[in-house]
Write a protein that binds this ligand. Structure first.
Ligand code: BG6
Length: 364
């Protein structure tokens, strides 16, 4: 049931304030500044014992996994990374007993992710799931997990499930952090920020008409860059992925820091860049890169915070509300969903069922 929306993707984007409420409901413990994740089936002692975190997923779930890895490193200071499950399962991965493996999947049926889970279990690793569909193959195969409670997602391009994955990682990072060096006060700081997310998402969605105008401009280009650095890089990757999936435009994600080491040669009037420029310790570096792109005639659209001062640079901006720096990627991703949606709408493509793609790839 489309409930009055023109597409499922539009509906699912708009549902995000409520779907985020659902993943956090009953899971925030204000007294101890921690997340309560009983479904993980891990004792505090077990949580404390992990020396590493490895996140596995495919497509957008893999990119959100990268967002999650950064959150876990920042809040829990545990070395963490994300890898495409489709690669992991084929490369005879080293499975370590003191690594926490996290499988991320909306459907819970993606065959590459399911195989990665089996490989981890076969070799004695500990794997938990961050899954939307209750009782799905991956959810059942994992030894515990956190359900996303995003509700059914119909559009092939994932939106509300991804946002809940990112929020789920914030909760896991909190749980891992609070059995280590994260203080009760810092835990509470994150809890307060998590609680504010639904209202902030709503505020971003209110800017849809402006974002739709930006989408018309970027849809005119044959090819574009999405750039970000550190926390912003997986945001750029997911933004480019969404753009490719439904607008069939070549969209390439790059670390902003790497532009000068090669791809800057491609920049001219025909190649616009969507730049993720949060207000944080890297703002000045990001602005310097924007300046370099502009100096070569490239157009820039910035996804940024209100207090970032672009000075003389004439850059159209999508302003996102500020949260705690560790959680910024959750909100920075939302306007990129709307940008891809409206670009595809302008170009007249089938938004909910893009060509050549399935909602979940369940066969080899
Ligand atoms: C891909 C879909 O095949 O699977 C992507 O096209 C999706 O949109 C990916 O992100 C992973 O799916 P799931 O269900 O495992 O999250």
């Amino acid at each position: 049931d489309l409930g009055g929306y023109p597409h499922y993707m539009a509906k699912e984007i708009q549902e995000q304030p409520e779907s985020v409420e659902r993943i956090i409901r009953g899971r925030l413990d204000d007294r101890f500044g921690v997340a309560r994740l009983d479904g993980l089936n891990l004792t505090p002692r077990e949580l404390r014992g992990f020396a590493r975190v490895k996140i596995l997923g495919c497509g957008s779930a893999y990119y959100v996994g990268q967002i999650g890895a950064t959150m876990i490193e920042e809040l829990a200071r545990i070395p963490s990374d994300a890898e495409a499950a489709s690669e992991f399962r084929y490369r005879n991965p080293i499975i370590e007993a003191d690594t926490l493996y996290i499988a991320v999947s909306q459907s819970g049926e993606t065959i590459d992710t399911a195989f990665a889970v089996e490989e981890i279990k076969r070799k004695g690793g500990r794997v938990v799931g961050l899954v939307n569909v209750v009782g799905s193959t991956i959810a059942r195969a994992c030894e515990g997990g956190v359900y996303l409670h995003a509700g059914p997602e119909i559009a092939v391009a994932s939106t509300k499930a991804l946002t809940n994955m990112a929020v789920g990682f914030a909760l896991i990072a909190l749980a891992l952090g609070r059995v280590r060096d994260l203080s009760n006060a810092d835990g509470q700081r994150i809890i307060d920020a998590v609680r504010a997310l639904p209202g902030q998402i709503k505020a971003i969605l209110d800017f849809e008409p402006e974002i739709a105008e930006h989408a018309k401009t970027v849809a005119a280009a044959k090819s574009l860059f999405f750039v970000g650095r550190v926390r912003g890089y997986p945001v750029a990757r997911e933004g480019a992925q969404k753009f490719k999936e439904i607008s069939y435009r070549h969209a390439e994600a790059y670390q902003t820091s790497e532009l000068k080491h090669g791809p800057l040669a491609l920049i001219d009037e025909s190649l616009p860049t969507v730049a993720v420029v949060p207000s944080d310790e890297l703002t000045e570096r990001n602005l310097a890169a924007v300046q370099q792109i502009k100096a070569r005639g490239g157009a820039v659209l910035a996804v940024t915070h209100a207090d970032v001062d672009f000075g003389e640079l004439e850059v159209p901006r999508i302003i996102v509300p500020k949260t705690e720096p560790e959680l910024d990627p959750i909100l920075l991703t939302i306007p990129l969903q709307l940008l891809a949606y409206h670009a595809a709408l302008t170009l007249g493509y089938d938004i909910d069922k893009p060509r050549n793609l399935a909602k979940s790839v369940t066969v080899e």
